[in-house]
Ligand binder design. Structure first.
Ligand code: NAP
Length: 246
């Protein structure tokens, strides 16, 4: 038995990268996982693999830009496993490029997924956490919000909006029911660069990933560390980056 064993954890953006690695690790350590994302075939394959190795996993088609999808994801966890202990709001996109590109559609998409998606998760999970008397909200933000660099201003702004949101929520929730954790990864080897529309920036990020990115499993271990603490211990912020990242 571990402190993670038996927990019910819903994860958005579980079809690849950090979300997939987190789902696999938590399931391996005995959690029941509820996988949400839009690519349902990939979710089903991951869930089948987890179940094939003796784990517990179900899937739920989820577009985090839609509030009702988060309600469905949380509802699936409660219906199938009786409760929701942790929501990992991890889904994110990175439509980065210079602000002067004026990519209004890309900005809106990042706000919809990276910020509104987390708000939708909070709206769906908080009533369940309050009813149960406990719950843990984990979000994947970014070192982009800690060190602001060219081409990442709007992406970083969405991540820092989430950081601010979580700190406000934390201060409003000191009655012991809710734990909040913001995980800030640096460069991680995932499919995130695929969502970049600016070809030059996309190639540059891919080169950086090839050069020194860490594996998504490293971030999954950091998330597991926050979850496995006793309920009176809240890990507020974790920054996890390649040792060589400037
Ligand atoms: N990789 C890095 O270097 C890095 C660094 C710092 C922070 N992060 C953050 O880490 C998180 C995970 O990204 P990743 O690096 O693991 O990249 P990834 O492999 O591209 O994973 C992104 C996940 O988000 C999901 N997603 C995107 N839009 C969605 C939507 N509208 N509704 C539901 N799910 C959606 C994708 O699934 P579907 O396409 O199937 O929906 C996918 O599962 C993101 O929040 C990202 O900003 C990544």
């Amino acid at each position: 038995m571990t402190a993670i064993s038996g927990k019910v954890v819903a994860i958005t953006g579980a079809s690849s990268g950090i979300g997939e690695a987190t789902a696999r690790l938590l399931a391996e350590r005995g959690a029941a996982v509820v996988l949400g994302a839009r690519r349902t075939q990939r979710l089903d394959e991951i869930a089948q693999d987890i179940c094939g190795h003796g784990g517990r996993a179900i899937t739920c088609a989820t577009d985090v830009a839609r509030h009702e999808d988060l309600e469905r994801l949380v509802g699936r966890a409660v219906a199938e496993f009786g409760r929701l202990d942790v929501l990992v709001s991890n889904a994110g996109i990175s439509k980065i490029g210079p602000v002067t590109d004026l990519d209004v559609d890309g900005w809106s998409a990042m706000i919809d997924v990276n910020l509104r998606g987390v708000l939708h998760g909070i709206a769906a999970a908080l009533p369940v956490f309050r009813r149960q008397g406990h719950g843990h909200l984990v979000t994947t933000v970014s070192t982009s919000g800690l060190k602001i660099v060219p081409t990442q201003a709007v992406y970083a702004a969405t991540k820092n909006a989430v950081r601010t949101l979580l700190e406000g929520l934390r201060q409003e929730s000191t009655d012991g029911v809710l734990r909040t954790t913001a995980v800030s990864p640096g460069v991680v080897r995932t499919e995130l660069a695929d969502s970049i529309d600016n070809a030059d920036v996309r190639e540059q990020i891919r080169r950086t990933m090839d050069e020194f990115a860490i594996a998504p499993e490293a971030v999954a271990r950091a998330i597991a560390f926050a979850i496995e603490q006793p309920h009176d211990v809240e890990i507020g912020d974790i920054t996890i980056r390649p040792t060589v990242q400037s």
